[in-house]
Design a protein around this ligand. Structure first.
Ligand code: DQA
Length: 153
């Protein structure tokens, strides 16, 4: 893996419907909003001396654009691709072109849900996956990406 500059931020990218966190199926996804999760991720990254770029989009192509941008602008990527996890070859290919640590995160545990959630185009190219810990999963993902960035130096 290429050398990674710690001066570059970590991209935390969120896919479709994650803007509705807090109100969307709270029994599955919890009551923490995406804005709260952003604050948690920024605070945790700060402990590792890392900055965060935190974004959400409902549009597959926009997520692909951001993953392409991350090739030169990010030290690592944390991605919750939402439902695109299970459908998007385009996101899979964009991740393949990213020579950086990639941590896949899910609030729920897709393996314990419907069969259509059990396949992940992201897992195939992610360094690792954190799932089932709710909003805290993003904190764990920041720790994981920080360790990977540190280890690559
Ligand atoms: C999710 C799991 C996906 O299956 C689902 O489509 C989502 C959220 C999660 O964070 O648990 O939108 O990525």
């Amino acid at each position: 893996m290429a050398k990674i500059s710690k001066t570059l931020p970590v991209y935390v990218l969120n896919g479709p419907n994650l803007n509705l966190l807090g109100v969307r199926e709270p029994d599955i996804y919890g009551r923490t909003t995406l804005a709260d999760i952003e604050k948690m991720a920024v605070a945790q990254a700060k402990k590792h001396g890392l900055a965060v770029i935190f974004r959400q989009s409902n549009h597959e192509g926009e997520l692909v654009d951001w993953l392409q941008e991350a090739r030169t602008a990010a030290s690592g990527v944390i991605l919750n691709a939402g439902a695109y996890t299970h459908t998007s070859v385009a996101i899979h290919d964009a991740l393949r072109a990213l020579d950086k640590p990639i941590v896949e995160v899910h609030l729920s545990n897709p393996q314990a849900r419907e069969d259509f959630r059990k396949d992940s185009f992201v897992s195939l190219v992610a360094t690792g996956t954190i799932a089932g810990f709710g909003a805290h999963g993003y904190v764990l993902a920041v720790d994981a990406v920080a360790a990977l960035i540190e280890g690559s130096k």
